[in-house]
Design a protein around this ligand. Structure first.
Ligand code: TEU
Ligand code: CA
Length: 541
């Protein structure tokens, strides 16, 4: 069983600061805006806030291109604001988790600028990955960027290429350089000594890269580096840490989230997120099956039990809105029912649940009219490359509507005013017109809102050890629309029953139970069937 960590019964709320709350009327979210919403977050019941990056950055990738780890970008405020946020959150028993982007920096970071200015004479030259091209201008190799195009860009001054797995303005750091690693560990400790509660580690599974062998994720030195980092920093502060590891498997996740604290607290794995894609890209047409999604979740629950710890999430700032992608936003009734169903399904399992800003009110995807309305570099780079490749505009747009990251980055919808209560000025990205009927104000005033359902789920986890420590036991199903599982602790058993379809489903006789209804998204419970998107937790007598 996981040793008793302070974060074990907590729910994490992810904030994308640029889109959360604008306090000074410049159309961009900021830290004072977050401070102004701490009472709301305390009311929801979350106790850890993961902030997407707020450090110095030219915002080529909205803060995931860091130019100064020791400062706050001016659009978001000052270090004084950050200190106030940490302090005000702590008053509410809320811990602040920062986003550690250590696979790459911005090309405007002092290290990179010094490397370009002085070349091999710079102590920072080897903090990055420089290679010669071929005699006829060939690239060092054919590694491509996640944001389209080659992962190598030529620097005229040095006459060398540098590696960037993301944008040209995000040069990869060379983790083989010990001095660079220790500069990162010093920075981590500096932030932990300021009183933050931990870190989310951006694409941490890439730091063991061996570019000359085209090894990017899961390199041989990956876990040694993470162990070194953990000893040098996290373990000294009992920090909460969650790694973003797109390539994780249950085997590697056991290393990352080993209860002996040797690496991290947990990781984000993405197998349930990408189910149905197989060898297609997120931009291609594909579909997914609930039974596959369910079986993946069951596998991760069973394989990490007692050997590691799961993160439980369906959304973040890179993913489409969970109720649109995994639920059903085709009608108001289905949106509300399916959002509550998804929340019950995820929060009922063993691990740490994550709520992405707006997920608690069932915010939905957006379809902007023009490409100018889109702001994400990943979308624009893909659009350019796909168009040049001859893909029709409408086909490209379908991929953006389905999986574009801006779906999750439209301003948080606080009320139905012009800019959704996010700002008094026109926001940096358009508001989703759904703010007319999907917003915090209406959910707070509605006893049957999605918000209220999340609040109950979060409170259940605080009040009932069975949700934290209860053994997960899958209840095999023939019916591909059903997901039934139990949580068992001592003599108590809770059964979670979920109908992921828009039609009523018979509960197999052998799975029908009598007991106390702990939580449901309907007003009553029928013993032998689940109605469309019904989700219910029953304490078995
Ligand atoms: O994301 C890693 C990543 O690869 C995702 O961007 C993913 O490939 C795609 O965008 C979603 O399907 C992390 C951050 O979460 C992301 O916001 C950054 O853009 C990226 O790293 C680079 O720092
Ligand atoms: Ca602002």
């Amino acid at each position: 069983m996981m040793n008793n960590k302070w974060w074990k019964d907590k729910v994490v709320y992810q904030i994308y600061p640029r889109s959360f709350m604008d306090s000074n009327g410049d159309g961009t979210g900021d830290i004072q805006g977050i401070i102004s919403k701490l009472d709301y977050l305390e009311h929801l019941g979350v106790e850890v806030l993961w902030l997407s990056p707020v450090y110095g950055s030219p915002n080529d990738d909205n803060g995931y291109d860091i130019s100064d780890y020791y400062d706050i970008m001016p659009e978001f405020g000052t270090m004084k604001d950050m200190d106030e946020l940490i302090e005000e959150a702590k008053k509410r028993n809320i811990g602040i988790v920062m986003d550690l982007v250590a696979n790459h920096t911005s090309d405007e970071h002092a290290w990179f600028k010094d490397a370009v200015e002085k070349g091999e004479a710079s102590p920072y030259y080897d903090y990055y990955i420089w290679r010669d091209g071929g005699p006829n201008g060939e690239l060092p190799n054919d590694i491509t960027s996640v944001f389209s195009g080659p992962a190598w860009t030529y620097n005229e001054k040095l006459g060398k290429y540098y590696l960037h797995q993301f944008s040209k303005k995000q040069p990869d750091l060379n983790w083989e350089n010990e001095s660079m690693r220790h500069d990162i560990y010093d920075m981590i400790n500096w932030w932990l000594e300021k009183g933050i509660a931990g870190f989310r580690l951006d694409v941490i599974d890439l730091i063991g890269k061996i570019p000359d062998e085209k090894i990017l994720a899961n390199g041989p030195m990956l876990h040694p580096y993470i162990k070194e980092m953990s000893i040098a920093s996290f373990q000294k502060h009992d920090a909460f840490t969650v790694g973003e590891t797109w390539g994780a498997t249950p085997e590697s996740a056991m290393l990352y989230s080993n209860p002996d604290d040797s690496e991290l607290s947990m990781v984000f794995q993405f197998e349930h997120i990408t189910t149905g894609r197989e060898n297609k890209s997120k931009w291609d047409t594909y579909d997914w099956e609930f039974k596959d999604f369910r079986n993946i979740l069951v596998k991760w629950q069973e394989e990490l039990a007692d050997k590691g710890w799961n993160s439980l999430f369906l959304g973040n700032h890179d993913l489409p809105r969970s109720v649109s992608y995994f639920g059903d936003d085709s009608t108001e009734e289905n949106r509300v029912l399916s959002a509550k169903m998804l929340a019950t399904m995820m929060h009922g399992m063993q691990g740490t649940p994550y709520v992405y800003q707006g997920e608690e009110i069932g915010m939905v995807n957006v379809q902007f009219d023009t490409m100018d309305d889109y702001k994400d570099i990943e979308i624009h780079n893909m659009y350019k490359e796909a168009t040049e490749g001859g893909k029709p505009h409408d086909e490209i747009m379908q991929g953006i509507y389905k999986n574009g990251r801006d779906n999750a980055r439209t301003p948080m919808q606080w009320d139905d005013s012009t800019y959704a209560g996010f700002s008094d000025a026109e926001p940096w990205i358009k508001v989703n017109e759904s703010k007319e009927h999907i917003n915090v104000e209406s959910d707070l005033n509605n006893p049957n809102s999605i918000f209220k359902h999340y609040k109950k789920l979060i409170q259940l986890r605080k009040d009932n050890p069975i949700l934290v420590d209860g053994v997960f036991k899958n209840v095999e199903q023939e019916n591909d629309n059903l997901f039934i599982y139990q949580r068992i602790l001592n003599d108590k058993t809770w059964q979670v029953m979920v109908n992921a379809s828009n039609s009523e489903q018979q509960i197999p006789v052998e799975n029908q139970v009598d007991g106390k209804v702990i939580l449901s998204n309907y007003h009553d419970v029928q013993k032998d069937m689940l109605r469309p998107y019904e989700a219910v937790i029953v304490e078995i007598e």
